[in-house]
Design a protein around this ligand. Structure first.
Ligand SMILES: NC(=O)c1ccc[n+]([C@@H]2O[C@H](COP(=O)([O-])OP(=O)(O)OC[C@H]3O[C@@H](n4cnc5c(N)ncnc54)[C@H](O)[C@@H]3O)[C@@H](O)[C@H]2O)c1
Ligand SMILES: O=P(O)(O)OC[C@H](O)CO
Length: 311
């Protein structure tokens, strides 16, 4: 068995999440090299002899970084762990699908869960999920990040785990609007629950398992993100309800709100595939400036009455 000090982990992306993941692995004794496009270390040096490559790049940089990584030699045993929560606008692919396509013979693990980085940086207790079709790869990632303050579960449904973390960002924008307009607890419960229905509907189209969306990476992350002012996605909705424009909000937001771009990809896909996503559609129209927060609310409340489920 290799000692943890001999395992080198390359973490790509030194933003809020990459830095948090680096600290978790360092605390467990791993050798960690952190790369950022503006840092002093080259990508080549950071990748050298890395057994595990963790990506915490925001979605807009994933394809570019993947193609850069492809130009360096890696051991066939190298495991990729992706922690990005977004969708590629050009292909509608998830980050793990992009990594897997570029590195077809490597194991790819998705890491996702209710993980607001500021709380993790304060060592508050949290849990997450590592998912892969290769169980041993997920178990290895589980060992890297597990601690008495960070409980890591394995899961065999990577696309479901990844989509839970990605799709909830759009509902979190809506939840921010809901709180910003002071619509009350009943409204919030209805929004989050019907949001989960929407997530499951489109997630099933991608091949994700319904049960996965009831776990930490689905419902768990939905609850965390829809209820915390620490969430950048929630902040987008909350501040729009307060009358700010999207441009003003994004100019002052600390880091990335992936839900803004994810929403656009989802609306296109839902239209193409004839999948009903009313909350996502209203979030899209709000972000585009086509409706006010109050008009978006009215549009949702005045939809045709119908059964809760089509059993
Ligand atoms: N912050 C959190 O609480 C948190 C928790 C879980 C998951 N995530 C997800 O992790 C990802 C990163 O989030 P974050 O909070 O660290 O964002 P961030 O904005 O703080 O950092 C993003 C990182 O991506 C890099 N990047 C962006 N475009 C790039 C490009 N073209 N080439 C190279 N690098 C590029 C930036 O330099 C930066 O290091 C997002 O998908 C987010 O949804 C964030
Ligand atoms: O700040 P947000 O909205 O990107 O949310 C961070 C994480 O995804 C919460 O799990």
């Amino acid at each position: 068995m290799i000692a943890v000090q001999e395992i080198t982990i390359a973490i790509l992306g030194a933003g809020a999440w990459g830095a948090s993941l680096a600290n978790l692995a360092i605390a467990n004794g791993y050798t960690v090299r952190l790369w950022s496009r503006r840092g002093s270390e080259t990508l080549k040096a950071v990748l050298q002899d890395a057994q595990i490559v963790v990506s915490a790049i925001s979605m807009k940089g994933v394809r570019d970084v993947v193609s850069q990584v492809q130009s360096f030699p890696l051991s066939p045993e190298t495991i990729f762990v992706t922690a990005t929560k977004g969708l590629d606008p050009q292909t509608t692919r998830t980050p793990s699908q992009i990594w897997q396509t570029a590195f077809p013979s490597h194991a790819v693990v998705v890491l996702s869960g209710p993980n607001l980085s500021q709380e993790i940086q304060q060592s508050l207790p949290a849990a997450t999920v590592v998912a892969s079709s290769i169980a041993t790869a997920a178990e290895q990632a589980q060992l890297v990040f597990s601690s008495p303050r960070f409980r890591v579960y394995t899961n065999p449904d990577p696309v479901g785990v990844e989509l839970g973390g990605t799709l909830k960002n759009v509902i979190a924008i809506a939840a921010g609007v809901c709180d910003g307009l002071q619509l009350g607890t009943n409204a919030k419960a209805a929004l989050v629950t019907r949001g989960l229905t929407e997530i499951i509907r489109i997630g099933n189209f991608w091949g994700a398992k319904t049960e996965t969306f009831y776990g930490l990476s689905g419902l768990g992350d939905l609850l965390a993100t829809c209820n915390s002012p620490l969430s950048r996605n929630y902040q987008v909705g909350y501040q729009m309800a307060g009358g700010k424009t999207l441009t003003e909000i994004l100019a002052n937001l600390p880091g990335t709100a992936e839900g803004v771009n994810t929403c656009e990809v989802l609306v296109q896909l839902a239209k193409q595939q004839n999948i009903t996503m009313p909350i996502t559609e209203q979030v899209y129209r709000l972000l585009q400036g086509e409706v006010t927060p109050r008009q978006a609310l009215d549009e949702l409340m005045l939809r045709d009455i119908k059964p809760e489920y089509n059993y």
